[in-house]
Design a protein around this ligand. Structure first.
Ligand code: HEC
Ligand code: HEC
Length: 334
């Protein structure tokens, strides 16, 4: 009897989960117990995500650097934040961030809630609370003075906007930026629709999977093993960005970065954590030549491979078939 009851609860949770966009036939996204998904919270988070008033100087919304035309990136190598702050890394795509166990190129944030506060108080949004710049509490106060925000915060969180619940609402919205079957031909292909990709793209997938073994790292439906690898990007700089090493202090992580998903890759040039490859072809050539030699290069997973002109064209066609449709409409801001 008891077991039956538990089973019923599990399936109730499953059917509740169905209303949120999901990667088909994949593990369920982990939602923190203290930040459950609700329609009103996601809607509020979406408004906040698109609202420039969240940044220190009013020039940037989250969306400003994660643009749909650019595959949810900024589309420049390393851009600028509020107050003209120079960024040191390129903006990664937002597709499926809700599934990532570790956020950022170096995985330093363990949850989206924590990541939001990092992005918000750091160079990306400039809300440092220092040198005369507003703090997150100041921004929360500003939002509470706007009736169109005061009311939804009250009904979603039972109180005024705070640093904590702004982060929660933003995280909840980001968990809906998912490459679903409806949005992604790749997801349709991976769940049995063999016509979802063209014949050329399917040949390219064979190259990706069998010959070049790109999925040693760009693995599974999410096209990422969610691990950190050194492929040599930026290692020839005078003071290289050591990536994961800065977080883990583990020697083998020197110059290692998170395997990025390749979804929407045709739109998100320039490529790599420092934006050093201007075109997709350049990025692919870098990978097929086996990365850039350096003492920490992951030679176990990344080996040079010679492709014919036709194989290369097929591989590029496959990568271009990984486009995703961003059908999330701009919100009306209060
Ligand atoms: C000025 C540009 C800029 C703005 C504005 C910005 N971001 Fe980003 N975002 C970046 C960059 C650059 C990175 C990569 C930083 C790193 O990995 O060290 C990033 C990374 C991320 C990631 C990690 C993705 C991954 O694959 O791990 C998330 C999530 C994210 N941003 C969400 C947000 C949210 C939420 C906001 C608003 C609070 C925001 N961003 C505002 C530039 C920006
Ligand atoms: C050893 C693991 C590994 C293998 C194998 C691998 N990649 Fe990557 N790939 C990465 C990592 C890690 C990055 C990010 C590197 C950085 O920016 O420092 C990356 C970045 C990329 C990018 C740029 C993505 C972006 O958002 O900027 C493309 C495109 C790419 N890889 C394609 C391929 C292709 C095609 C293959 C097979 C020929 C391949 N990769 C094989 C780990 C790997």
């Amino acid at each position: 009897m008891k077991r039956l009851f538990v089973l019923c609860l599990a399936s109730a949770a499953l059917s509740l989960g169905q209303q949120w966009p999901e990667v088909p036939n994949y593990e369920l996204m982990k939602i923190p117990a203290d930040n459950p998904m609700t329609v009103a919270k996601v809607e509020l988070g979406k408004q906040l995500y698109y609202d420039k008033r969240l940044s220190g100087d009013g020039t940037h919304a989250c969306y400003s650097c994660h643009l749909k035309e650019k595959g949810l990136t900024l589309g420049v190598a390393t851009g600028q934040g509020p107050y003209g702050a120079k960024l040191t890394r390129s903006a990664p795509t937002m597709w499926n961030v809700g599934y990532l166990p570790a956020i950022y190129w170096d995985g330093r944030a363990p949850s989206l809630e924590r990541q939001v506060v990092g992005a918000w108080t750091g160079a990306n949004m400039g809300v440092s609370g220092k040198d005369g710049r507003p703090s997150t509490d100041d921004i929360a106060k500003k939002l509470n003075a706007i009736p169109g925000y005061r009311q939804p915060f009250q009904s979603v969180f039972g109180g005024p906007a705070t640093t904590d619940n702004i982060a929660k609402a933003l995280a909840a919205f980001m968990r809906t930026i998912v490459a679903t079957k409806e949005r992604s031909a790749w997801m349709r292909f991976m769940t049995g629709d063999k016509k979802a990709l063209s014949a050329q793209a399917q040949r390219g997938y064979k190259v990706f999977h069998e010959k070049a073994k790109c999925d040693n790292c760009h693995d599974g439906k999410l096209l990422s093993d969610m691990q950190f690898h050194n492929v040599g990007i930026g290692m020839d700089a005078p003071t290289p960005d050591l990536g994961r090493f800065v977080v883990s202090k583990d020697e083998k992580d020197r110059g290692a970065f998170k395997t990025p998903t390749l979804l929407d890759i045709s739109k998100s040039a320039p490529y790599f954590h420092n934006g050093s490859a201007a075109t997709l072809e350049e990025a692919v050539d870098f990978m097929t030549k086996g990365g850039q030699e350096n003492p920490h290069l992951d030679k176990t997973n990344l080996k040079p491979v010679k492709l014919s002109a036709k194989e290369k064209a097929d591989l590029l066609a496959f990568l271009k078939s990984l486009d995703v449709t961003y059908d999330i409409a701009d919100p009306k801001l209060p």
